[in-house]
Design a binder for this molecule. Structure first.
Ligand SMILES: N[C@@H](CCC(=O)N[C@@H](CS)C(=O)NCC(=O)O)C(=O)O
Length: 206
């Protein structure tokens, strides 16, 4: 089996690498030269026509979207219980928070990233940055209520959902946004201490 993850530095590619580290799945990490245009190269566009990362290629099968990639990796190591079984209520709750992470929690962060550096300069609208802390605070309050006093999003066991949520919380901290809720702060600290995350950081940013 060959499994390759495409990313660049501290991008969402770290989610896929962290997922492999937690699942004990062997992988090769390919760090693309984003500044040099490698994500828009014909070779990479043949893998992901959107020219975005992460992408995963597993024995020729392409998987896109970080939330789906993390779930796919978790299911490759099904014996580890990192993804609730399909058709269960736990899986519905897992999917619900996965969707919340990509459609709500990370969106203010992505707005900040796009309008600070990711979009071409003449597309950026600095005024939208004012809503970022407000929107993030609202999403974080929702997350805090969902997390409650659990160790991980779904209970005592770590799942791939924690990779997605955790990475997004680390991203918020890297962007200078406060985690206002104590339970979310403690949860993020707990995830940051995981060896799998440490190895993912080393693999992606050296
Ligand atoms: N929804 C996608 C978002 C992927 C994404 O936007 N990745 C960023 C890096 S973190 C990217 O490739 N940006 C390049 C661009 O927007 O052109 C996912 O979660 O995989």
């Amino acid at each position: 089996m060959t499994l390759t993850i495409y990313g660049f530095g501290a991008s969402r590619g770290q989610r896929a690498v962290w997922a492999c580290e937690e699942a004990g799945v062997d992988y090769t990490y390919e760090d693309l030269d984003a500044a040099g245009g490698e994500m828009q190269s014909p070779r990479y566009l043949a893998i992901n026509p959107a020219g975005k990362v992460p992408a995963l290629v597993h024995d020729g099968f392409v998987v896109l979207e970080s939330a789906v990639i993390c779930t796919y990796i978790g299911e490759l190591a099904s014996e580890r219980g990192l993804v609730p079984a399909y058709g269960t209520k736990a899986r519905v709750t897992y999917d619900q928070w996965m969707f919340f992470t990509v459609t709500e929690l990370e969106q203010p962060l992505w707005t900040q990233g796009k309008h600070r550096f990711a979009l071409p300069r003449d597309w950026r609208v600095p005024e939208v940055l004012a809503v970022v802390p407000k929107e993030f605070a609202r999403a974080e309050r929702t997350l805090s209520q969902g997390l409650g006093d659990r160790r991980f999003m779904l209970g005592d066991a770590f799942t791939m959902l924690d990779v997605m949520v955790g990475h997004t919380l680390f991203w918020a901290r890297a962007f200078g946004l406060e985690l206002a809720s104590e339970n979310v702060q403690r949860y993020a600290d707990r995830l940051a201490e995981r060896e799998g995350w440490g190895r993912a950081v080393k693999a992606t940013t050296g």
